[in-house]
Design a protein around this ligand. Structure first.
Ligand SMILES: *Cc1c(COP(=O)(O)O)cnc(C)c1O
Length: 423
């Protein structure tokens, strides 16, 4: 928490472009002084930021190690090979492609590799927690391929594996996707693998949200069952923004070809270096403890919220996120999220399964513990946060009350240093 580190790091920006400098510094202060509960965000280490901001950004290296379309790869091939090796070791898969720019293009690459245009994708419906790129209509994945979408159970709000199986056998998709952005329970990857085999489909595990929990041993591992695994690198995995595809050897060539030259040009080797640093950090005992604490914290947050009359989808959580149905609190998701933000608590408004409201103004709130856990907060702090959330939701119209909570939150946050921050 010394000021020199970051000020030195941005000294050039400050000299050249005071406007951008000011905005970065303000965002930095915001990240320090707020309780960040967006479940897809985190704080990377200073080391990850440095690698991502390094001279590697100056390179062009289309192709793969040993097979480049550019000269000048004296160090780049070793770098990318090292990161691939770390990814393979950590996730226990035969092949790794570390070039995808982000999660959405990475999913597109998997479909491009394994499906012909128009073949069928079966994924979890967006309003039920699935991702756009799992075949939702407005996404390229729902336009260039046929898609069928499964839903969570109307009563339990959990995935009903019997119904997934029925749909798979009836629809015969070419690929089945497991994974979500707003599902607070464990995925039974063994079951998904079995269903996919029975239906003659490939199985893609999109573990973007939970990859950090998986490598920490805090969530079951899809590696034994999946044809391909896609993960973003910037969520619980705590790397820079990017993505990776891991797959069985038999799909390696098709996946590589789909990423480049199928969809992308030059890989961002600076990001790949940042991913490498994050993977090294993720292989430590500290990171294992982190992953388990993320889950323990989410459980503590959920328990205290429930105690205070909040209605939770599925009644609680097994992972890093909690999905709240605000209907009983008589406030809509957007209003609650806005009031919370004013009080320096940042979450997402979100649809809930079978939401009677429109996606742009849904009934739910999605929160998670990856960021607060990175700052060293534990169960006791989660209970404190739940009490503040309750106070805010009960006082959404009272700006003085919100500002009072906001000041308390700011003081509280000051006690929990965030990695890489200087304010
Ligand atoms: C975040 C996420 C993605 C997409 O990642 P972007 O980097 O935002 O494109 C894909 N799938 C799931 C399940 C995600 O959570």
């Amino acid at each position: 928490m010394t000021t020199e580190v970051s000020d030195q790091y941005l000294a050039g920006v400050q000299r050249t472009d005071p406007d951008i400098f000011r905005l970065i510094k303000e965002e930095e202060r915001y990240q320090v002084e707020s309780i960040r509960l967006i479940p897809s965000e985190n704080y990377t280490s200073r080391a990850v930021m440095e690698a991502t901001g390094s001279v590697l950004a100056n390179k062009y290296s289309e192709g793969y190690p040993g097979r480049r379309y550019y000269e000048g790869q004296r160090y780049i091939d070793d770098l990318e090979t090292l990161v691939q090796d770390r990814a393979k070791a950590l996730f226990g898969m035969a092949h790794a492609n570390v070039q995808p720019y982000s999660g959405s293009p990475a999913n597109l690459a998997v479909y491009m590799a394994l499906l012909a245009p128009g073949e069928k994708i079966m994924g979890l419906a967006l309003p039920h927690g699935g991702h756009l790129t799992h075949g939702w209509g407005v996404s390229a994945t729902g336009k260039f391929w046929t898609s069928v979408q499964y839903e969570v159970d109307a009563q339990t709000h959990r995935i009903d594996y019997d119904r997934v199986r029925e749909m798979a056998l009836r629809e015969r998709p070419r690929i089945i996707v497991a994974g979500a952005t707003a599902y607070p329970r464990e995925y039974d990857f063994a079951k998904f693998g079995e269903i996919a085999r029975e239906a003659g489909a490939y199985f893609l595990a999109d573990i973007s949200h939970i990859s950090g929990l998986i490598v920490a041993g805090a969530h079951p591992d899809p590696a034994p069952y999946a044809d391909a695994i896609m993960t973003t690198t910037h969520k619980t995995l705590r790397g820079p923004r990017g993505a990776m595809i891991l797959c069985k050897e038999e799909h390696a060539e098709a996946i590589d070809k789909a990423v480049f030259p199928g969809l992308q040009g030059g890989p961002h080797e600076n990001t790949i270096a940042g991913v490498g640093v994050a993977l090294k950090e993720a292989a430590t005992a500290d990171f294992r403890a982190y992953g388990h604490q993320v889950v323990a914290n989410a459980r503590a947050l959920a328990a205290e919220l429930r105690e205070r009359g909040f209605d939770l989808i599925t009644g609680g959580t097994d992972n890093h996120l909690v999905l709240i149905d605000l209907t009983g609190k008589k406030v809509i998701g957007k209003k609650a999220a806005k009031a919370l933000d004013r009080a320096n608590i940042v979450g997402n408004y979100n649809t809930i399964p079978f939401d009677p409201r429109k996606p742009f103004s849904p009934s739910g709130l999605r929160i998670g513990t990856p960021s607060v856990t990175t700052r060293g907060m534990k169960e006791e702090e989660m209970r404190r946060i739940a009490r503040w959330m309750d106070e805010v939701v009960e006082n959404v119209k009272d700006e003085d009350a919100l500002d009072r909570v906001g000041a308390e939150v700011r003081d509280f946050c000051r006690q929990y240093p965030a990695p890489g921050m200087a304010v």
